[in-house]
Design a protein around this ligand. Structure first.
Ligand SMILES: [Zn+2]
Length: 258
């Protein structure tokens, strides 16, 4: 039996179609057109393409062989696992050029063993690119972590946030002892980073690399949106014997205000 077809949506007439980019099409009534007062902000997609041409030309001015060299190979020394949050772009905040950092981002920088996407990135980074460092970078004020600390339903993403809820449950006593919601979120963000570091270290990808003597360290960092500064959570795992050390960050200490 055929499923009933959904009613056809009327096509907008040519006169009502926005002539600007997709950004305006996606949310035509929810946000007013923003003047480009912030460097890099834009109103239309063609502006982005123009900005790209300018950027590429400037890069060639600095180094005529920049793109030719980059096209031939990439040899980043680090894999960045971070949050998808638009305010935490990997290359910019650690001031690295294209080609210098291999990146995986998702909501709340979660690494779990069922995520083929994250594991595939990790395998390519470790086995093929031979990165020397894997850095899990969370950020204070992370909306994904904050959402996981509520009992609200948000839809499909609830399944993703479940991993973070498990981190909360494992540290419930410490977290519940904190009465200040901001301090609680700060610690939860750090614990979530530590959990992702532990999950990276627990993979056969990383452990096999250590077994064959490959130089590889896994780190936990946390970025603060308010000042643009990364805090080192003092997690640096470079051999299997160290894995238990990541629990140091779970002792209730935080470096959020360091
Ligand atoms: Zn986030």
């Amino acid at each position: 039996m055929a499923l009933p077809r959904p009613p056809r949506r009327a096509r907008p007439t040519t006169s009502t179609m926005p002539t600007a980019g997709v950004a305006r099409v996606a949310r035509p009534h929810t946000r007013p057109r923003r003047p480009p007062t912030v460097p890099g902000s834009f109103n239309t997609l063609p502006e982005l393409l123009k900005a790209n041409k300018t950027w590429a030309a400037n890069m060639v001015k600095l180094d005529p062989n920049f793109f030719a060299n980059l096209a031939n190979q990439q040899s980043p020394q680090l894999l960045w696992i971070g949050c998808s949050d638009s305010r935490v772009p990997a290359n910019q905040i650690i001031n690295l050029a294209p080609g210098e950092v291999f990146v995986h981002r998702n909501i709340a920088n979660v690494v779990n063993h069922g995520d083929l996407n994250a594991l595939s990135v990790l395998q390519y980074a470790v086995d093929v690119l031979k990165v020397k460092h894997v850095i899990v970078t969370g950020h204070y004020g992370c909306g994904g972590v904050a959402a996981s600390m509520t009992n609200q339903q948000f839809g499909l993403i609830d399944n993703w946030l479940r991993t973070i809820k498990d981190v909360y449950q494992a540290n419930e006593a410490k977290l519940d002892a904190l009465k200040d919601p901001k301090a609680k979120l700060d610690l939860m963000v750090e614990l979530n980073v530590a959990n992702s570091v532990r999950n990276v270290c627990a993979t056969t990808i990383v452990q096999n690399a250590w077994k064959r003597g490959q130089e590889l360290s896994v780190h936990g960092w946390c970025y603060r949106l308010e000042d643009g500064v990364i805090r080192d959570l003092d997690i640096c795992i470079s051999q299997p014997e160290q894995i238990s050390r990541i629990y140091n960050v779970m002792s209730g200490k935080t470096v959020a205000n360091a």
